[in-house]
Write a protein that binds this ligand. Structure first.
Ligand code: ZN
Length: 322
């Protein structure tokens, strides 16, 4: 029996994680909640390779533990898992799971290698790498609302799953998980998952976002996928935070405003020059042919500038030369 509590559920646009160590009477029940899909998105973009050494360290400590059954080796594994738990809520589950495994191993000294499978930890970085790519392809092929395809989600999902036949490991394969319909901390009822592995947690979120036909979009600022609510036209995510603590939504809004201000000035400048030269025709300073040739060229330059291929100062310089 597990000597801890760890469960998760979705409610009213948020996801909840509740956990508690049951071996200490005084341990508190902890609850964390995030906007829907945030934990899966953070997991999908988790930079796992810089953490590879942590997994190697645990692998080595476990092999040593098989031989020595020593507190030091166990300590190395558990303190490393604590470090990982700070990086992502799914690793918080991993920490509880392995803590329970060590306790279980004490009761069953003959089965230590089965209860504490070192390869399971050792393979996490490469397993996660594969999983991250599969999830990303699911967002791209099935849920991306900017993909220009008008096909229904279930058709796109079938096409995504079928690709697996031609390209092994391309698509995420849905698998069974066991959930319970029960009362949550908020007093209402929801489908609740008591995970037995990290893949259970991934499956639970992924299944939910496909069921909801969750619309996904690439953030125009950081280039990562984020979930957008219905009837929302958000262009920037609220997930990535820069070194000053500002989200893409905050930084992006300012950037858009500055761009718009620039483009307003650009069009004003173009119109002013256009009118000036148009009046030259009446004054006989320029032929209509020369004017239209100029206006076509100026319009081209104006659009180049609006597209960011040329600076506003360069555009003004060009205008002054002709
Ligand atoms: Zn972003």
């Amino acid at each position: 029996m597990a000597d801890y509590l760890f469960y998760t559920y979705f409610e009213e646009g948020r996801e909840y994680f509740v956990y508690k160590d049951l071996t200490f009477e005084r341990s508190h029940k902890k609850e964390k909640d995030f906007p829907f899909l945030e934990s899966l998105l953070r997991f999908t973009y988790l930079d796992i390779w810089p953490m590879e050494n942590l997994f190697k360290k645990m692998d080595k400590a476990l092999l040593n533990f098989y031989r020595e059954r020593d507190a030091d080796s166990r300590g190395i594994v558990m303190s490393t898992l604590e470090e990982l738990a700070k990086k992502h809520i799914y690793f918080e589950f991993l920490r509880f799971d392995w803590q329970a495994r060590f306790r279980n191993a004490e009761q069953h000294p003959d089965d230590v290698q089965e209860i504490l499978p070192h390869k399971q930890l050792r393979h996490i970085p490469s397993d996660l790498d594969t999983l991250q790519k599969q999830i990303m392809r699911l967002f791209q092929d099935v849920l991306d609302i900017d993909d220009g395809k008008k096909r229904p989600v279930h058709e796109k999902l079938q096409a995504y799953l079928d690709k697996e036949k031609r390209e092994p490991l391309y698509a995420y394969q849905f698998r069974p998980i066991s959930t319970i319909y029960e009362r949550t901390g908020n007093g209402t009822f929801a489908e609740v998952l008591h995970p037995t592995s990290i893949s259970d947690l991934v499956e639970f979120s992924l299944r939910e976002c496909v069921k909801r036909e969750q619309r996904m979009r690439i953030c125009s600022y950081c280039g990562k996928y984020f979930a957008i609510p219905r009837r929302n036209t958000a262009e920037f995510c609220n997930l990535t935070v820069d070194e000053n603590g500002h989200t893409c939504r905050e930084v992006g809004a300012v950037k858009r405003w500055a761009e718009k201000k620039n483009s307003d000035e650009l069009f004003k400048e173009y119109r002013r020059e256009y009118k000036k030269r148009f009046n030259w025709i009446k004054a006989g300073k320029i032929s209509p042919g020369a004017f239209y040739a100029w206006s076509a060229a100026a319009k081209g330059k104006r659009d180049e500038c609006a597209a960011g291929k040329m600076s506003f100062d360069e555009f003004k310089e060009w205008l002054s030369e002709f």
